[in-house]
Ligand binder design. Structure first.
Ligand code: FE2
Ligand code: FE2
Ligand code: FE2
Ligand code: FE2
Length: 400
């Protein structure tokens, strides 16, 4: 790693792929396995693209983020190829990844073509042979490998190879299959077949990955802004939520006399405060009626997930608590820890007010939209119980 931005960028993308692959209590590791396997293959057959292939692998199914169920379950069901959301996920994912600094368009093209097949049998465009971006074929092969190995990670490579031959023969260039079989027959297979081995390998890669040539002044800022939009994109009604919460939080902090550096850290914390919500299924967050106990438990996990994710990123550890404690209440009745007033970081108390103000003033399926004046009145009623009175005191002058 040449500079801290590279390390942080890598950790941030790994964190996003982790949360995309989290289902209630389970980590699926689909994107990690695809990224690691495709990168190993790229080092043999497409070495100059190996780092881009790795990042494209981590994010290859990001366009499937809003489906009711994770795509690894959906693609194996009969009729999956008729589901318009599945057909659309490569192009949707490519559009989401394209703005990423230093990787954007090439990684996006790999994602766009990752279900195209050499013989023209893939989707969405039915491209053939050389019309497919080479990195995409590597992702496609790694994708099939994960789907084959994930249910029986204890099988020897020879059995997995047999099962893969039935699916992949004819749909990938023969020389690519030869290279793939050669690396799997070596030491790679045991390193990527089980989730435990995969975790170890991922931590090594994070340390060793060559730098990305970002070609922009503030790659982390651009990446975090993009991630905020990705967080909000999962649910139709949260469009723009993270950006608005960040702007309200900054106004509140400025109104309270915070210095510029502290306001900037708060902005990042606010942009990522709902990072953990990516793991909440759309069926739960979009449910118009009351949530049952299990659904409520899943929703209430999101702040802790935000804390865990930000703690996994070296340069964002200091804002993990600020971002993740936005559902604590001043009177101790919040979650996940039930902290009281002074035990809640000041930045989290600000984000709590900004978050509530935006939730009240934006259209939501479960409540009427309030005017800013009405929302301020609700904040005032919650002053000293739900909210920090010092934050509410400045809200009236800065949030209108
Ligand atoms: Fe996919
Ligand atoms: Fe996939
Ligand atoms: Fe939240
Ligand atoms: Fe929020």
């Amino acid at each position: 790693m040449s500079c801290p931005a590279d390390r942080s960028f890598c950790e941030l993308v790994v964190a996003l792929s982790t949360i995309l692959d989290t289902e209630e209590e389970t980590k699926l590791y689909h994107a990690w396995r695809v990224a690691l396997v495709a990168r190993e293959l790229a080092q043999q057959v497409l070495p100059e693209q190996a780092t881009r292939v790795f990042y494209a692998g981590l994010l290859h199914d990001i366009g499937a983020m809003g489906l009711d169920d994770h795509i690894v379950h959906q693609v194996l069901r009969p009729g999956a190829r008729l589901n318009p959301e599945i057909i659309a996920h490569p192009a949707r994912g490519a559009a989401m990844v394209a703005p990423l600094p230093g990787l954007g368009e090439e990684a996006a093209a790999m994602i766009r073509d990752h279900h195209e097949r050499w013989d023209g049998s893939g989707y969405p465009r039915g491209l053939q042979g050389g019309a497919i971006v080479p990195g995409a074929l590597l992702l496609g092969l790694a994708d099939i490998f994960d789907l084959t190995v994930r249910t029986h990670p204890d099988r020897p490579w020879s059995q997995v190879r047999q099962a893969m031959t039935e699916t992949a023969a004819g749909t990938f260039p023969p020389e690519l299959l030869t290279s793939f079989n050669a690396i799997m027959a070596g030491p790679l297979y045991p390193e990527v077949a089980t989730n435990v081995a995969l975790e170890l390998k991922m931590f090594q890669i994070i340390l060793d990955l060559p730098p990305v040539n970002f070609q922009v002044a503030e790659p982390m800022k651009i990446t975090i802004d993009l991630f905020a939009r990705i967080i909000d994109a999962k649910h139709a009604y949260t469009a723009g939520h993270s950006r608005r919460v960040a702007s309200y939080a900054m106004k509140l902090a400025c109104g309270m006399g915070w210095n510029e550096a502290a306001v900037q850290r708060l902005e990042i914390a606010a942009l990522l405060h709902d990072f953990g919500k990516i793991a909440v299924p759309r069926a739960i967050l979009d449910k118009p009626g009351r949530l049952d106990d299990r659904e409520l438990k899943v929703v209430h996990q999101h702040p802790q997930r935000t804390i865990d994710l930000l703690n996994s990123i070296s340069s964002l550890k200091d804002i993990a608590q600020i971002a993740g404690l936005h559902h604590e209440r001043y009177d101790g009745g919040g979650y996940p820890y039930g902290l009281h007033d002074g035990d809640i970081p000041p930045g989290a108390r600000i984000i709590a007010v900004a978050d509530a103000f935006d939730a009240m003033t934006s259209p939501r399926p479960y409540q009427p939209t309030r005017t800013p004046q009405e929302a301020l009145a609700v904040l005032a009623r919650g002053s000293g119980t739900q909210f920090d009175p010092q934050v509410v005191a400045v809200a009236g002058s800065v949030l209108t």
